[in-house]
Design a protein around this ligand. Sequence first.
Ligand code: HEM
Length: 471
Amino acid sequence: MAVSVPLIEKAVRCEPPLYRPFFRAGIAVVLTLGAAWGALLLVRIAWAGSFTAIGLQEVNAHGHAQIFGWVGLFVMGFAYYGLPRLKQVELAHPSLARLSLWLMGGGLVVRSVCQAAVVAWAGFGLPAVLASVAEIAAIGILVWVVLATLRNAEAGLEFLDYYVLAALGWFLVQAIYGTVYFTATLLAPGRDELLGLVATWQGPLREIQIHGFAMLMILGVSQRVLPPLYGLRRPSAARSLSALVGINGALVGVVTGLLLMRLAGHAWAGLWYLSVLAMAAATVALVRRWGLFGPVERSNRSLKYVRAAYAWLFISLAMLVALPLYQFGLLPWLAPESEAASIGFSHAYYGAIRHTVTVGYVSLMIMGVAARMVPEFQDIRQESLGRLWTPFLLVNTGCAIRVVSQTWTDFAAPAFAVTGVSGLLELTGLAVWGVHLWRLMSRPKAAISPSIDERDAARHCEASRCSVLSV
Ligand code: HEM
């Protein structure tokens, strides 16, 4: 039977596509202030043969753009569009959600650009701090809208929602913490005071951003969407919640350990390390039960991204666990003359761990999940699309070269030249993927052919759980 016009309209007029401006803004950020700027920084590092060849505020401006713009905007787009579909409820306060795009997008551009420019003129500090306040407001709105949406859901709070809430809590905490910390760096009276601030407060901030916000959010979304997508084992509530408690507790231990190590004595490194072990154990125990690396019931182009992402997560956790062995075993043995051995801290190794998790895990997950979800949101058949091998290979190769060669710079200076190339590979991969996704989002949403029968259209809406809302 040919589908009736009202039904086509109902099927096509699923929720307003609020994810689009957020995803587009995220792609724009990663291809400019994020990966493009990062690649440029890396080329300068390679040219100078030193990771300290670039300024603190410049590096941190890149990091800021990536956390708030690349990760943050994608999380917001998914939370505003995907979460209501999953919970089968309308998004609460949609106009506030739209406002948060402008606060976040505008805020992060002003903050990142002014932060990098502050070295040239201190007057850029004030707009940068004000822009950070706009970002805090945007995240506050996100938390408010998500809470209100979850409250309206018939199913109420389910155990996986606690991952989302914990991640959003850390997102808000890091935004406030980051603003105070950034302001303090602007007010530091001299270089020694500035270095003291960085050594004490920057490490904990990164932990909250990467393991508190990004990793917990991805673990929550993974447990929700990967079982139906690939036919993986569903986690039990008890196991999932105990992992959540374990990871959060370990994160508090990691942050406290790092701070007390600087403020109260080096013995607190013990707390940091035990917490790292606990975080790694809780994460691995949770993920390995999903059966992600075994045979799966269903596959599609996103599976290779998800598998590679979790492989990178395990590598980053293993590198973190091996940090004392590297710093106090390998370095003094193989490179006793190196700066890293003499000062007792390897910037290269620590930076390599961070890159493993931010690019290998977080970015590949964003790429894979978006490559699976956007066609669904747009009513485009998955089978009609390319497999996205080129960006997959470029980003993975770039990440592998970066992690190995950055670590290798502790042992041999020529490794810097190799490191410089890696950023360009990653940038190209992200650009190929970004253009593909952008074009998918630009297709008109009427991809459901009028020739399909009425049952198919109804089933389509049911499967994608879209509520029939006016556009
Ligand atoms: C895609 C290609 C990327 C390139 C070429 C790149 C490049 C760089 C470079 C050269 C640095 C300074 C060197 C170092 O500390 O190791 C850096 C630092 C940083 N990057 Fe990236 N990056 C990329 C992606 C990302 C992503 C996706 C994120 C976050 C999701 C991110 C977050 C950060 C952060 C937070 C820092 C500052 C680290 C600190 O010193 O505390 N980067 N990046």
